[in-house]
Design a binder for this molecule. Structure first.
Ligand SMILES: Nc1ncnc2c1ncn2[C@@H]1O[C@H](COP(=O)(O)OP(=O)(O)OP(=O)(O)O)[C@@H](O)[C@H]1O
Length: 254
């Protein structure tokens, strides 16, 4: 089996007397879509914030591509390819789609010399246009980001993360606030990326989760109570009792 890209081992985060992350252990393999589900307040966002470097854990370890990154700041995690998208709105609304994406493309080697800036800028804009195409915004390059529909803004947010060339994307509720058509487009987009990079997906839309995920981990009160294939999670008695029973009854396709 391939070595995991992300390994979370015994992670703990306390807020005063509340243990929001309680000995959480899970891993994400290269190219895998791993969903993290659980009831409101289970600690999904808190876990993602520790993985992205927003919050420091009180105990435990985070390894990425074999290295211990538990104490690294967010910028260094991004440079290594561990990138968070969504829930933090990072779009410049008064800039075009293309300019937004160009700003997110990291400066490559050769962007510093005397004659080189023009060439580097061209390369940066070419990379930005390719990402726009990738996220379905190829026809919207010159529209202002603030004028895009909600679903398109989320596609742009995904593009901003992709522009940094991640190896693992942390996706915090990519379908939040979307209508059925927009969700469908996002599911197809995430499907199309699965060969290129790993994803840890936090999402309340169980239909999307069960269609996309290779594996699912269920978090309840900060603890990972089960990790497994969608089928294993669907049939897991504790998961059904703690969370999924209600969700399944409200219409998740099987
Ligand atoms: N900064 C904070 N200070 C104190 N308590 C916090 C803080 N952030 C989160 N919590 C608490 O930690 C617990 C986990 O919250 P978290 O937002 O991670 O859950 P979640 O699974 O993402 O929930 P939801 O699905 O509703 O987004 C909750 O009880 C929440 O109130």
């Amino acid at each position: 089996m391939t070595a995991p890209l992300l390994q979370v081992q015994g992670l703990v985060k306390r807020f005063g007397g509340l243990t929001a992350t309680d000995q959480a252990t899970l891993d994400v393999r290269p190219g895998e879509i791993h969903a993290l589900i659980g009831p409101n307040g289970a600690g999904k966002t808190t876990l993602i914030q520790q993985l992205s470097g927003v919050l420091a854990p009180d105990a435990g370890q985070i390894r990425f591509a074999g290295d211990d990154i538990t104490a690294l700041p967010m910028s260094q995690r991004v440079r290594r390819g561990l990138v968070r998208s969504f829930q933090i709105t990072s779009i410049f609304r008064r800039l075009s789609v293309l300019d937004n994406l160009a700003l997110a493309v990291p400066a490559g080697p050769g962007s510093g010399g005397f004659w080189r800036p023009a060439r580097a800028e061209r390369a940066r804009y070419e990379a930005a246009a390719a990402v726009a195409e990738r996220v379905g915004l190829g026809a919207q390059l010159h529209r202002l980001a603030g004028e895009l529909a909600h679903g398109e803004q989320r596609q742009l947010e995904l593009g901003l993360a992709l522009a940094t060339r991640p190896r693992l994307l942390l996706l915090d509720e990519p379908m939040a606030g979307m209508g059925a058509d927009e969700s469908e487009r996002m599911v197809a987009l995430l499907q199309s990326l699965r060969a290129e990079l790993g994803m840890l997906l936090v999402e309340h839309d169980m239909d999307a989760v069960f269609r996309l995920a290779d594996r699912i981990s269920t978090l309840v009160a900060g603890r990972v109570i089960a990790s497994g294939t969608p089928q294993q999670i669907r049939e897991h008695p504790e998961v059904r009792r703690a969370y999924l029973g209600d969700e399944l009854e409200s219409g998740v396709s099987s």
